[in-house]
Structure formats: structure tokens, C-alpha cells
Design a protein around this ligand. Structure first.
Ligand code: ZN
Length: 75
């Protein structure tokens, strides 16, 4: 949906993005990798305005933080 601009559920191209946010005490849509908001990786959401389907994506430039985090592990 992020890349195609098309909802995989209903085929609509009416997609909107809501940026992730890192607020106090870990509030907002993010992944806390450390103790402070400076180590939070924001999780951005893509929402289909036709059916409400939602996808969550982390920006590419933040993926390195996940890779090196002790909180993340390979599956
Ligand atoms: Zn849809």
C-alpha cells in the first residue's frame, strides 16, 4: 500500500499517511528501543480511506536502528 498506493483489500487508491510520533513516556505510535524518546523509532501508518484497512511501516532510514537494537531479534 505504501509502495503501490493501492489498498490490497479493496483496490482503492485513496490512501492517506499518518506519521508516527514519539512523545513523553513512549506515547505515540513508535517502537521504544531505549529509555528515552530519542531512541524511539516512529511507526507510520497508511490508511485506506475507502475501507479503513491500515498498514504500518518504519521508514528505511530507521531500519538500521532496529537491526542494531538489543530489543530486536531475527526470526
Ligand atoms: Zn481499502
Amino acid at each position: 500500500m505504501k509502495n503501490s498506493g493501492i489498498c490490497p483489500k479493496c483496490g482503492s487508491n485513496d490512501i492517506m499517511r499518518v506519521d508516527g510520533h514519539a512523545g513523553a513516556y513512549g506515547s505515540g505510535n513508535n517502537i521504544m528501543l531505549g529509555m528515552t524518546i530519542f531512541s524511539a523509532v516512529k511507526v507510520n501508518r497508511y490508511i485506506c480511506m475507502n475501507c479503513g484497512f491500515t498498514e504500518e511501516w518504519i521508514d528505511r532510514e530507521d531500519l538500521g536502528k532496529i537491526r542494531t537494537s538489543s530489543k530486536a531479534y531475527e526470526v
